[in-house]
Design a protein around this ligand. Structure first.
Ligand SMILES: Cc1cc2nc3c(=O)[nH]c(=O)nc-3n(C[C@H](O)[C@H](O)[C@H](O)COP(=O)(O)OP(=O)(O)OC[C@H]3O[C@@H](n4cnc5c(N)ncnc54)[C@H](O)[C@@H]3O)c2cc1C
Length: 246
């Protein structure tokens, strides 16, 4: 279910997230020159293209032994559009991240809301700390779609009613739910992104498994795909060393 406009209120319902890499200075070479300053001083830049196998080995060594700072000399800025509940989790990542998010005080928030599609497992089984998710029944899927849609519609109508009566946006927004989409720019470096991915994706190569909420994982997967293209050696070393940030 993606970008389905509902007739009357012009409400949209989405099941996906948007991640766009809008700006970057990030390559494996950024890791290499930073690391080689240790032994080569200012000549470290000249060494970059000399021996690709040694470069690969050096990046792997840095990752394995958790020499983290050479992975910080790069920058990636992502535009992200996702439900507010995803942003609440996202912004817990404090170190090596910069954020700017759209304002509910300065603009009227758009009526775009999250409804999970059929691929989203709905039912949690097990106890806290040891559980897994299974598919919902057809009836549960229909219930989720219907109840969320009704609730979103009702809350957005209440929001509009208050705005129409002259109530400030920052007050009226109280009635909007965390399933509302927001948008932000998030800037990070490879080290902070690896830490994020280690916690917010589930992956067979992870030495320390994590159990993220599916929706933030959807954002993480898209960021990971962009980063993998920019820094292939670093990305390979991250996976080869159990997806633990150095
Ligand atoms: C599966 C999952 C479930 C979660 N459940 C909950 C929950 O129920 N409730 C909840 O509140 N949060 C929860 N969180 C959020 C979690 O506790 C972290 O806040 C979040 O993952 C960010 O991680 P971080 O602090 O390592 O990252 P960052 O803030 O980016 O920090 C990076 C690293 O810097 C160091 N660091 C940063 N700040 C400090 C500091 N003040 N003191 C010492 N070292 C510091 C640490 O080594 C840290 O790992 C959950 C996270 C995950 C992945």
């Amino acid at each position: 279910m993606t970008d389905t406009p509902a007739d009357d209120l012009k409400i949209s319902f989405r099941s996906d997230v948007t991640v766009e890499l809008v700006k970057h200075t990030a390559s494996d070479a950024d890791v290499l020159f930073a690391a080689r300053v240790s032994t080569l001083g200012e000549q470290s830049l000249d060494e970059l293209q000399k021996d690709p196998e040694r470069s690969k080995g050096l990046i792997n060594f840095l990752m394995r032994d958790r020499h983290g700072s050479p992975f910080e000399h790069n920058s990636m800025t992502f535009f992200i559009s996702a439900p507010i509940f995803v942003f609440r989790e996202f912004m817990r990542h404090r170190v090596g991240w910069s954020y700017n998010e759209e304002s509910g005080r300065y603009r009227q928030l758009e009526p775009v809301f999250y409804i999970p599609d059929a691929s989203r497992k709905l039912v949690q089984q097990g106890r806290p700390g040891k559980y897994h998710f299974v598919e919902g029944t057809q009836a549960q899927q229909e219930l989720v779609g219907r109840v969320m849609e009704d609730s979103y519609r009702q809350s957005y109508e209440a929001y509009q009613e208050m705005l129409a009566a002259g109530v400030a946006r920052e007050v009226a927004r109280s009635v909007l739910p965390v399933g509302l989409y927001s948008s932000m720019y998030a800037t990070c470096n490879a080290r902070s992104l690896m830490h994020f991915l280690g916690l917010r994706t589930k992956h067979e190569l992870a030495k320390v498994p994590s159990f993220p909420q599916r929706e933030i994982e959807m954002v993480g997967e898209k960021m990971e795909a962009e980063w993998a293209k920019l820094m292939p050696l670093t990305y390979a070393a991250f996976n080869a060393n159990g997806r633990v940030a150095p």
